[in-house]
Structures are given as C-alpha cells and as structure tokens.
Design a binder for this molecule. Structure first.
Ligand SMILES: Cc1ncc(COP(=O)(O)O)c(C=O)c1O
Length: 280
C-alpha cells in the first residue's frame, strides 16, 4: 500500500503543489466532499472520452464520469458541437425560448408521466421541490425516505443517508421530525412504519435503484407495494430517477416496472454534464 502511495506522490507533484493553494481557499481543499481522497486528490487538466488527464500528465480511466452525468464520455464531440453553437447565439435568456420546449417534448415522449415539467439547476432542487409539492398538494407534512437514500443536499431530505442511519447528517437542519425513514426492500416493515403516520404522510420518495448507497436495485414488489399504500392513503409517490433516468434506457426505470409515480425527478444525464434538475 505504501509503495502505491509513494508512486502516487512521485507522479503527482504538480497536483500536490496546486492542491496546497486550493486548501487555502476551499473547505478541505474541495468544492464537493466526495472529491477529496488521501493523501490529496490529483488536479485535472483535461478530459476526453473515458479518460482524465491531470496537471502532471497522468492519464486515468474515469469510472466517476462527472458524478455519473456524462454517459457519452468527456467532451463528447456531438455535445461539444451543439454547445459551441449555442454559446455563440446566447446562453442565459431569462425569457421563454424554443429550446426548452423542444427539450420538454423529448422528455415527455420518453417519460409519459411528465404531464408538466419544471426545470431547476440541480437534482437537489428537484427533490426539494418534489417534497414541497407533495406537502402542498396533500396538506400533510411527513415525507418518508429510504434508509441510505441520497437525494442531494436539500435540508428536507438530509436524513438517514449514512449507516447506521441514527445520527443527524449535518448541522443546520431544523425539521427532521417530519422526515421518517423506511428500510429498503423490506415491504412489511416499511408499511408498518408508514401505517403509523399515514394521516400526516405527504409522500414517499424512493430511488428505483439506490445510487449513492451502492447501486442496489429495488424489487418490483417493494416499489409497487409502497406505491399502492401511498395511493390508498392520499399521499404522493415520488420516484427520484436522477441517477437512473436515461441511464438504463431512453426514459425511466419506472416504465419497466409498471409503476405510476405522481412525481419523477430527473437530473445528471439529461443535462449531459451541465447543471440541471427536472421535476416531472
Ligand atoms: C438519486 C439522487 N438524487 C438527487 C441528487 C442530487 O443531485 P445534484 O447533485 O445535481 O444536486 C443525487 C446526486 O448524486 C442523486 O444521486
């Protein structure tokens, strides 16, 4: 192990120097916790296809692909071409534009539950709004999430993300009482927890495949059992497809499982690496 570290240090001297500058400016030297690793992260200079190149000229096979958003690889020529052309026309209009409409038509065709669509800049915002819509629509307050489920940094859903799921995930959260957790793929236990709060249950938010928690697929029986309970109790069934959407097929996973979610959230791949969140 130490020889691997020695080799890493030897080959990433420029990264080490640049990272010292970053440490003076950013918390732990990074702008997202997940980007730090010991002894220090290499500093990326460029990326093409499946490779990252660092400032020392080392080439890495990238299994992270921009937080999983770059399914076509880095700097995919077809995407780059379109983006270059668009940048020459304009970027932030702040007004209605036809690109949005065309994009929504594509999403709606592939994700038929998307009767109405709203765009935001991150997946975090998409799940935050989904939570709010559920509360506003049902006039109830409790949102149930999965133990280990990650839906971004929204202050609503930042609970029971990391094992053993019994500690607060962060300071500054004030409404943890209205977020409850249910165990993934354990229908009986989940239903008994939901049963105890059903009169105040605004919705349940679930990833059809737990992404951050280790790529664990939900069973069809689990998801349809939760959906049935939720619909029988006038609550909303929210599927977070920010990781799964447009990854396994051109559309969402829910369609392959005969589900009928009330809200679907998208992000990552639909933005091709550019900031996006979608509430369907
Ligand atoms: C399932 C899921 N939902 C929401 C998010 C938050 O998306 P963003 O990082 O764009 O805020 C993530 C991010 O990894 C995610 O995996």
């Amino acid at each position: 192990m130490s020889s691997t570290l020695d080799t890493y240090r030897k080959n990433t001297k420029k990264s080490a120097r640049i990272f010292e500058r970053s440490k003076k400016l950013h918390i732990n030297g990074v702008s997202h916790n997940i980007r730090f690793f010991e002894p220090y992260p290499f500093v990326t200079k460029s990326a093409r296809g499946k490779h990252l190149i660092d400032v020392d000229g080392n080439k890495y096979t990238d299994y992270w692909m921009g937080h999983w958003s770059l399914i076509l690889g880095h700097a995919a020529p077809k995407v780059a071409e379109k983006v270059k052309k668009q940048i020459q026309d304009c970027w932030m209009h702040g007004t209605v534009n036809e690109n949005t409409i065309e994009f929504s038509e594509i999403i709606q065709k592939a994700v038929p539950v998307a009767e109405k669509i709203r765009y935001v800049s991150t997946g975090t915002e998409a799940t935050m709004y989904a939570t709010r819509i559920a509360r506003a629509k049902t006039r109830k307050k409790i949102i149930a999430k999965i133990e280990g489920g990650w839906h971004g940094y929204t202050t609503d859903l930042l609970k029971s993300v990391n094992y053993p799921f019994d500690q607060s995930e962060s300071a500054g959260l004030i409404d943890e009482d209205h977020i409850i957790s249910i165990p993934y793929n354990n229908l009986e236990k989940s239903i008994s927890i939901l049963e105890s709060v059903k009169n105040n249950l605004a919705g349940v938010i679930i990833e059809p495949l737990l992404g951050g928690a280790g790529c664990i697929p939900a069973t069809k029986e689990y998801l349809s059992g939760i959906q049935e309970f939720v619909h029988n109790n006038n609550s909303l069934f929210i599927l977070d497809e920010i990781v799964t959407g447009f990854r396994f097929r051109f559309g969402c996973l829910y369609k392959t499982m005969d589900l009928d979610p009330d809200i679907v959230t998208l992000g990552k791949i639909v933005g091709g690496g550019f900031p996006i969140g979608v509430i369907c």
